[in-house]
Design a protein around this ligand. Sequence first.
Ligand SMILES: CC(C)(COP(=O)(O)OP(=O)(O)OC[C@H]1O[C@@H](n2cnc3c(N)ncnc32)[C@H](O)[C@@H]1OP(=O)(O)O)[C@@H](O)C(=O)NCCC(=O)NCCS
Length: 154
Amino acid sequence: MQPEITLSIEVVAPSDVPALYNLLRASNLPIDGLSTHLTDTLVAKANGLVVGSAALERYGHSALLRSVAVAEPLRGTGLGRQLVESAFDLARRQRVQRLYLLTETAAEWFPRFGFVPAERSAVDPAVQASIEFTSACPDSAQAMKKDLMNLGES
Ligand SMILES: CC(C)(COP(=O)(O)OP(=O)(O)OC[C@H]1O[C@@H](n2cnc3c(N)ncnc32)[C@H](O)[C@@H]1OP(=O)(O)O)[C@@H](O)C(=O)NCCC(=O)NCCS
């Protein structure tokens, strides 16, 4: 019989930040700039261990979705989707209207959540000024956007 796994998705606790950073490093994602957005950073925990993450950097009615990662053994189980949808819920609660992201590895994955490619120059200037845009992500990273206008829309 498989042992039962208790999964939760919650705002990262200070004691889980080192494990979060380890997950991001293992997933080849940047950590730069995240420390000032930890109150909008979600982690998935399985039996108390950090196994996934998704974070928002909020800039008024816009936000950058970043640090979406799932620990390798749990990839392909739907946890990535749960994290992205939890980040959407968090964004809606905070009246965010438009989400942006930069990705080098998952430009084929995010369209299933309604993201479409965007020119960097068309991104909200406040988001363009973020550390991810200015230095942490290479110029080759694809910018994407999604409107979050309606409650109930996914
Ligand atoms: C991208 C990532 C978060 C997806 O997490 P996950 O838990 O595997 O995702 P889900 O289980 O919800 O979805 C699995 C589906 O997405 C697809 N998928 C997963 N990663 C993908 C990627 N990088 N590109 C395209 N499709 C991808 C799988 O093939 C699978 O497809 P299916 O539903 O047709 O079978 C995870 O692979 C990861 O942590 N990658 C490293 C970090 C990263 O690249 N993050 C995104 C940039 S911020």
